[in-house]
Design a protein around this ligand. Sequence first.
Ligand SMILES: NC(=O)C1=CN([C@@H]2O[C@H](COP(=O)(O)OP(=O)(O)OC[C@H]3O[C@@H](n4cnc5c(N)ncnc54)[C@H](O)[C@@H]3O)[C@@H](O)[C@H]2O)C=CC1
Ligand SMILES: O=C(O)C(=O)COP(=O)(O)O
Length: 410
Amino acid sequence: MKTSFPKQDIKVLLLEGVSRTAVETFQRAGYTQIEYHAKSLPEEELKARIADAHIVGIRSRTHLTADVLDHAKRLIAVGCYCIGTNQVQLDAAAKLGIPVFNAPYSNTRSVAELVIAETIMLLRGIPQKNALCHRGGWTKSATGSFEARDKVLGIVGYGHIGTQVGVLAESFGMRVIFHDIETKLSLGNARAATSLEDLLERSDIVTLHVPETPATKWMIGHNEIAKMRKGALLINASRGTVVDIDALADALRSEHIGGAAIDVFPAEPKGNDDPFVSPLVGVDNVILTPHIGGSTLEAQDNIGIEVASKLVRYSDNGSTLSAVNFPEVTLPEHPHSSRLLHIHRNVPGVLSRINELFSAGNMNIDAQFLQTNPDVGYVVIDVSADEQQAAALKEKLSAIPGTLRTRLLY
Ligand SMILES: NC(=O)C1=CN([C@@H]2O[C@H](COP(=O)(O)OP(=O)(O)OC[C@H]3O[C@@H](n4cnc5c(N)ncnc54)[C@H](O)[C@@H]3O)[C@@H](O)[C@H]2O)C=CC1
Ligand SMILES: O=C(O)C(=O)COP(=O)(O)O
């Protein structure tokens, strides 16, 4: 597919060691200017590198704030090579006419498998037994060691990951209850708890699978932990801000909580060379993992292909299917037309100005697609026009008040 802006001039900036499958996907689609970094970049360097990038790919570490996005003068799209998109200021991106894509399912199973493994490890007291063996100790005893069968697993956030965890847990005989803010279809024999409090009071193990939102921030603190059963276990592989880590450390010290597995932290090191600091360091009955819930080779390779394909499709064709902050439009090929993309603030009058432009120019519109959300409107117009006519139309479209961005694809 030919773009009015030559593909070899489109700069793709890939950060945080996204899978090489992402690079290969861009290369196969004809993109050659790919800048690859194995780590996240410090903010000032990020601002400098993103200034002339057209496409940027990140994982959970890179924060694309409104300030950072302001420096991205040429950016047309963002790819989050992960599930969470809380690290991007989505409304700021939308207001700049920048769609954000992610991979909503590619690492779901990896997280669920880890949670199941941790459930069994915690129920058996393995973290503390393992730590003691490493120090030359020996605690051959059944005390504090339990089967998973018949235990109650409480899942907070019964979405893609939460439901997978529930299905796997039931397969070895656990009883599953869940809490979600939405009404959810129960899979297998899982039952909805009447409230978060109800779930906390009834669960032997609580596992958290909510996104980072204002409502989930410090959702599990002193009060919530106090409602959990004495000796209950806590797993967090969602976001570090969901659990008040100091409250958890206190509850582990007082033995109100019997053990925990924590994969995500309020403050995480920027890269593998930075030190990890947490009040949980050195606490034997806690499994600490460096935010690797979704880090399996299978998941990362699939994510690389999935997100890069969405970015290529948007860049080549204009399709925004599965964008998380943007009107979603699925577009067919347009082999015999020029395609004009017009992204605008969703204010009255823009559409009529667009249509006036085409009727005044006596142009034949082959197809038109429109989708809006409360902030942004996205219109795609396929028109029988040569390259020169199409370029002139793009100029005129850009001059319409409320326009955020226009692009032309031949
Ligand atoms: N540790 C890791 O490496 C990984 C962590 N994650 C994290 O896991 C989160 C969940 O992922 P998915 O299951 O794919 O997301 P999802 O969107 O499918 O499910 C999240 C569920 O949480 C519910 N929810 C939202 N706010 C809630 C609240 N205040 N109280 C109760 N329920 C609430 C939603 O209704 C939804 O059902 C992601 O947002 C991400 O932050 C995801 C992948 C890897
Ligand atoms: O998919 C997610 O939301 C994750 O938390 C995984 O993030 P990562 O790609 O491992 O930085």
